[in-house]
Design a protein around this ligand. Sequence first.
Ligand SMILES: Cc1ncc(COP(=O)(O)O)c(C=O)c1O
Length: 352
Amino acid sequence: MDLELETPAVVIDLTVALRNIARAQAHLAAQGLAVRPHIKTHKLARLAEAQIAAGAVGITCQKIGEVEALLDEAPSIADVLLTYPVLGNSKLARLTALARRVRLSTVADSAAVVDALSAAFAGEPEPLRVLVECDTGGRRCGVQTPDEAADLARHIAGAPGLVFGGLMTYPAAGGQAAATRFLAEAKRAAERAGLTVPVVSSGGTPDLWQTRADGVVTEYRPGTYVYNDRSLMARGAAAEDDCALRVVATVVSNPTPGRVVIDAGTKVLTSDLLGLIGHGLVRGLPDLTIDQLSEEHGRLTSADAIPLRVGDRVEIIPNHACVVTNMVDAVHVRMPDGAIELWPVTARGRVT
Ligand SMILES: Cc1ncc(COP(=O)(O)O)c(C=O)c1O
C-alpha cells in the first residue's frame, strides 16, 4: 500500500473494475440483453465511457445533475435513461435542455408526472420517451398492477410532447421471476390497447448472474457490479477479488489489545449497514468487526488481540460501494501498470 497516500482514501483497482464491466457485458449480451449501466456506483465520466466502449447502449442516471455533469466530461455518452420522476418547473427546464443534447428517456408512475412532462415538452422539437415505472416487488416507486401500467402507457401515448418508451422496473433482490411475470402481463395489456412496447428495462446486481433471456426484458441496468461490495459478497454475487473499491485507512489509536481505532468513520464508510453486522470487511483480517463509527473514527474490535498497531494501514471493502463514492471529491485509481491517478468524482453530490 502506498504510504504517501493520505488517509482515509477511496482506492479503485481499475483492472478489477474493467474486468467486472467486461464480464457483465459478455454475460448479458449472451442473453440477448442490451446493457445500460447505472452510473450511481462510480459517478465517473471515464468509467461511463469504459462501459460504453465495452458495448453498453447508454447509461442510467438517477438525477438530472448527474446527467449534466457526465455529459460535460464524457462526449461518448449519447443515450441516457433517467430513472427518477421529475417534478418542478426549474427541473423540467433543465430536462428539456438535456433532451437537446442527448437521446433522453425518463420514467413516470403517475399521471401527475406525465402531465408535467407533457407541458414541458409540448413545444420541443423532439418528443420525450417516457417509460412506465412498475413496482414488481421492490416496494419503492411504480404502478401497482399490469393494468395500471397499460393505462398510464395510454396516457403517455396521448400526451403532447411525449412518446411511450416502454416499461421499467427496479426489482427486489431475488425478484426477477416476479418482475418478469408482471412485465409480461403489462406488455400484453399495453399491446392489447394498440401500443408497441419498445423497451422493457430491468436491473440490479444481486440477480445479474442468474439473469437469463425471458422473452420479455430487453435491457438490464446493473450498477454496483462495477465495484461490488461486502453486501454483494454476502449474497454470493461477488467474491472478495471482484471488489474494486476499497477504503484505505490508518490505525490512529490502539487503546486495548482488542480495540483499535482507524481514521475512517461515517464521513467515508457511511452508516449504511444493508442488513449486515459491522461496517465493512477488513481485508486480510476477516474476524475483525468494525462495530462502531463516529464521523471521523472507526472502531475495530475482536475477542482476540488485534495484530495492528498505531500507524498500520488497513484496506476495507465497504458494505455499500455506491454511497462511499459520493463521500469523496476524488478517488485514487490504481491503473493497470500500478501507477496511482487521482480522478475527480464527476457526478458527486449532484442530488437535484
Ligand atoms: C432504478 C435503478 N436501476 C438500477 C440500479 C442498479 O442496481 P444495482 O446497484 O443493484 O446494480 C439501481 C440501484 O439503486 C436503481 O435504483
